[in-house]
Design a protein around this ligand. Structure first.
Ligand SMILES: NC(=O)c1ccc[n+]([C@@H]2O[C@H](COP(=O)([O-])OP(=O)(O)OC[C@H]3O[C@@H](n4cnc5c(N)ncnc54)[C@H](O)[C@@H]3O)[C@@H](O)[C@H]2O)c1
Ligand SMILES: N[C@@H](CCO)C(=O)O
Length: 279
């Protein structure tokens, strides 16, 4: 009987070894047996692109696998799959496009990029017949994007609402339940790895807006970018606001709310006409 070990390994390149990247590398190393059995082939780490070779990391990476040449890594012939977890727009976009052009499938957690320029990536993947997966871009541990895209493909979704930003949820909860100050709670969220590299993205609502745009695009088969989303952060929320909410039996939360409006209502969008809806 053929086992996963008899199959050619799938070679994985990881771009970025921060909070998320280090855990991807750890999983590839610690759970290689389980992953191989589930996938049907061993997953092998081909390389990890980092900014600095000598930086402290949460995971041990064999030095021979580290490189500061991310462009070179995604263009290598022996790489099958690229995991982009450096974040931001550039060079993440160019690296993903190059990886696809070089025949790799791509997994990215980059909601900022997807919300700004997802169609360019989806079209590029479609053109070369490669996969582009991004489940971790919204509500990391909760499978939400694939169910919206596939399980609910035949349904008419009219509303998506939820807490989609962990950092603000953590801060608001600490302010409410432990009486923490905003700055102190933010620092703790950063230490725990919840916050974006620039936490302004979290506390001013940019991260939630990007996630709302991705959710709305999938749920309503439409094109919504982060710039289309009304955004409010939590930096003005005070202890007095918390107390008022509590007195009303409520809590303060940062929500992403996406609603489909009737077509002739002001602000309503038409479904996206071409074949470039998020896949
Ligand atoms: N942290 C989370 O909980 C979380 C959850 C879901 C999605 N995400 C997304 O995942 C991505 C990564 O987030 P993170 O929290 O790991 O960020 P991070 O800042 O901890 O890690 C990013 C890493 O990429 C490196 N990097 C940046 N530019 C690089 C380049 N050109 N070449 C090589 N390395 C480069 C940085 O040095 C850093 O180590 C972001 O898109 C983020 O929005 C994060
Ligand atoms: N900074 C993001 C990471 C997960 O997307 C958050 O706090 O939700």
């Amino acid at each position: 009987m053929e086992t996963a070990g008899d199959q050619r390994p799938l070679r994985v390149a990881v771009l970025g070894c921060g909070s998320v990247g280090s855990q991807v590398v750890r999983l590839l190393q610690d759970q290689s047996g389980d992953l191989a059995a589930r996938i049907g082939a061993p997953l092998e780490l081909a390389g990890v692109a980092v900014r600095r070779l000598d930086a402290a990391r949460e995971v041990e990476v064999p030095p021979g696998l580290l490189t500061t040449d991310a462009s070179g890594l995604v263009a290598r012939d022996d790489v099958d799959l690229v995991v982009e977890v450096i974040g931001g727009i550039e060079p993440a976009r160019s690296l993903i496009l190059s990886a696809l052009e070089h025949g790799c499938s791509v997994v990215t957690a980059n909601k900022a990029l997807l919300a700004e320029d997802g169609p360019t990536l989806f079209e590029a993947a479609e053109k070369v017949g490669r996969d582009l997966y991004y489940e971790a871009a919204v509500a990391g541990a909760i499978p939400i994007l694939r169910p919206l895209r596939e399980s609910l493909a035949g349904d008419r979704v009219t509303r998506v609402i939820g807490i989609v930003n962990g950092t603000t949820n953590f801060i608001l909860d600490k302010m409410d339940t432990a009486g923490s100050g905003f700055a102190e709670a933010l620092e703790e969220a950063q230490e725990l790895g919840y916050a974006e590299a620039d936490p302004t993205a979290d506390v001013e609502g940019f991260d939630a807006a990007a996630k709302a745009a991705i959710l709305a695009s999938l749920a309503f088969h439409s094109r919504v970018t982060a710039a289309d989303v009304h955004r409010e952060g939590i930096t003005d929320v005070t202890a007095a606001d918390m107390a008022s909410a509590r007195a009303m039996g409520a809590v303060v939360k940062l929500l992403a709310i996406a609603e489909l409006r009737p077509p002739n209502e002001p602000g309503a969008r038409r479904p996206w006409p071409c074949g470039c809806t998020p896949r």
